[in-house]
Ligand binder design. Structure first.
Ligand code: 5GP
Length: 212
């Protein structure tokens, strides 16, 4: 898209409560839109066996995380299931500094902090399952977790979905349609770049003597 040359990068905050199928949708989105930069967050939660340092997260001790916070190196943070998660300023600066769009895959508390911090430069998208029943079914389908753990996740997902009206967009991940869902998100991204306020430089070219 030629206009991206003069468009500054947009911050897309994508929240998908557990059971929304966010992981699959995000991997399609990364394939469809490789130019965007996905910020790698810091977390104090233990690394899972399929994860790698610096790829899914930067894994930190609580002391390290708290030091980063005190030094102003974390843009937003939250506690989720007893662990700290936060967006690193260095990641955001690097990606936006390249002129790329910044994708933040974070939960609702962090999303509202980013909206407060960046205003119109941030666009929030919530991803949900087609219904509460389906959300719970997907959570259950994961396998070996106890009923208590599942009930906790369902409750947290409901709390997050209650915040959906404060998001700019809500997108439904229909069963077996993750790729279409990612295409829908890409549609939002493309449209946001064409908002008139982001195209002002082009219009200004026509009227170089005006104060616009
Ligand atoms: P998980 O432990 O399953 O990787 O992530 C748990 C939740 O934390 C997910 O909803 C994920 O989007 C969210 N999360 C991951 N990184 C961040 C972050 O930097 N900030 C916030 N606020 N949430 C995050």
């Amino acid at each position: 898209m030629a206009e991206e040359k003069r468009n500054e990068g947009i911050i897309f905050v994508i929240s998908g409560p557990s059971g929304s199928g966010k992981g699959t949708v995000m991997s399609f989105l990364k394939e469809l839109y490789p130019e965007a930069g996905l910020a790698v967050s810091a977390t104090t939660r233990p690394m899972r066996d399929y994860e790698a340092e610096g790829r899914e997260y930067f894994f930190k001790t609580r002391e390290e995380f708290e030091r980063l916070l005190a030094e102003g190196e974390i843009l937003e943070h939250t506690v989720y299931n007893g662990n700290l998660y936060g967006t690193l300023k260095s990641e955001a600066d690097r990606i936006l500094g390249e002129g790329s769009d910044l994708l933040l895959e974070i939960e609702v508390d962090g999303a509202s902090q980013i909206k407060r911090l960046f205003g119109d430069r941030a666009v929030s998208i919530m991803l949900i399952a087609p219904s509460g029943e389906e959300q719970a079914r997907r959570l259950r389908g994961r396998g070996t977790d106890s009923e208590e753990v599942i009930a906790g996740r369902v409750a947290r997902a409901y709390e997050e979905i209650r915040q959906a009206p404060s998001y700019d967009y809500v997108t439904v991940n229909e069963n077996d349609r993750a790729k279409e869902c990612a295409e829908g998100i890409l549609g939002i991204i493309r449209a946001e770049h064409k908002r008139s306020r982001r195209m002002a430089a082009y219009i200004h070219d026509y009227f170089p003597d005006d104060d616009m």
